[in-house]
Ligand binder design. Structure first.
Ligand code: 4NP
Length: 148
């Protein structure tokens, strides 16, 4: 799960998807394309909205996307078009580039929708982000259950 800072959107995406999958079968992690918040805890507003829905993300610490992640992970979900482009730019390996998906495409195919960056907004933005990620992660789980 990849956003810009790895403190608002992708920590929630990680926590939500982890809560829906068997941890013995799947590794779910998150990071940011930027180095802005490396080592930081998730934003308090993300921690709070997670807690509201019984998703504890307090142990997460922000990390930056690394080109090694192209090898480590089978699916790389970008929260928005800008981060999608910034990830894909890091590789000229087509197999690796094809691992990168825009997360809301799982919910609304062929729409190119962004999970909006809630960082500069209010708490409702975090509620909205939570709901769209919860629905998208549910679709990801259905897809993975068909494949594996
Ligand atoms: P995120 O939100 O990408 O969902 O973690 C942001 C967090 C921090 C900044 C931007 C977006 N920032 O500019 O510091």
């Amino acid at each position: 799960m990849v956003c810009l800072g790895n403190i608002c959107r992708s920590p929630l995406a990680e926590g939500i998807l982890k809560s829906k999958l068997d941890s013995n079968k799947y590794i779910v992690e998150s990071c940011g394309t930027s180095s802005y918040h490396i080592g930081s805890k998730p934003d308090k507003r993300s921690i709070d909205i997670g807690r509201k829905y019984n998703i504890d993300i307090t142990d997460q610490r922000a990390a930056q996307f690394s080109i090694n992640d192209f090898k480590t992970y089978d699916y790389i979900y970008a929260m928005d078009n800008s981060n999608y482009q910034n990830i894909v730019k890091l590789t000229d390996n087509e197999t690796h580039a094809n691992k990168v998906k825009l997360i809301l495409e799982e919910l609304h195919p062929n729409s190119n929708l962004d999970v909006p960056d809630p960082y500069y907004g209010g708490e409702q933005g975090f509620e909205d982000v939570f709901q769209m990620l919860d629905e998208a992660c549910y679709q990801i789980v259905l897809k993975l259950e068909k494949i594996h």
